[in-house]
Design a protein around this ligand. Structure first.
Ligand code: GAR
Length: 215
């Protein structure tokens, strides 16, 4: 399965995917698209000899779709991509586009909730559990069906940075696990959250994914 990754930042989740999606696994990262010049994600892709594409205008859906199709991308993964994906691209990859978010959605999500702000909000709420969420991308920020979540404890003396690091370590396990599970599920791929559940890895991952007809 050819995976296209969209990123804006350091790309540590991209790195986890690059490390996990290698032969004999049934997935490979075919393209890394990034909207930030000089971002760590681009350097990681280049080191791994994966094609890169600069997103000059994040609102230009035709250009993005053209790049994804030119590289035969079957599954799109937003790994720290901080721009809204144009509706035409979301529609073209309906059920085949995943995002990772550093908190337990539906809480602590939505426009403007990324990076440090997410962990600050979790700490301010007094929540004792946080953790990454992988979900399908829809037209609204962080509102698509949840595919997998992994609980991570919030500790009494956590700062946004210590919590971020603990959640990020689990992101690096959860995201490749979901992508490889999707790739193993075969083609045509269309992930849905219709209640069909299977374990991506051992507990405590909770995943609801199913395959169905493409499109
Ligand atoms: C990750 O923590 C990811 O969950 C988050 O950005 C970080 C990117 O780190 N995404 C969001 O907040 C999206 N709302 P990375 O570039 O090292 O993978």
């Amino acid at each position: 399965m050819r995976v296209g990754v969209l990123a804006s930042g350091s790309g540590s989740n991209l790195q986890a995917l690059l490390d996990a999606c290698r032969p004999p696994q049934p997935a490979e990262v075919a393209l890394v698209a990034c909207n930030v010049e000089g971002a760590g994600a681009v350097a990681r892709a280049e080191r791994a000899r994966v094609a890169t594409w600069h997103i000059a205008d994040p609102a230009d859906g035709d250009a993005l779709l053209g790049a994804l199709r030119a590289h035969g991308v079957e599954l799109v993964v937003l790994a720290g991509y901080l721009k809204l994906v144009p509706a035409t691209v979301v529609a073209a990859y309906d059920g085949r586009m995943l995002n990772i978010h550093p908190a337990l959605l539906p809480s602590f999500g939505g426009k403007g909730m990324y990076g440090r702000r997410v962990h600050e909000a979790v700490l301010a709420s007094g929540a004792t559990v946080s953790g990454p969420t992988v979900h399908l991308v829809t037209a609204e920020y962080d509102r698509g069906p949840i595919v997998a979540q992994w609980p991570v404890p919030v500790l009494p003396h956590d700062t946004p940075e210590t919590l971020r690091d603990r959640v990020l370590a689990m992101e690096h396990q959860l995201l490749p696990a979901v992508v490889l599970a999707a790739a193993r599920a075969g083609r045509p791929l269309r992930l849905t959250a219709d209640g069909t559940a299977f374990a991506v890895t051992a507990a405590p991952v909770v995943a609801t994914m199913a395959t169905g007809e493409n499109g």
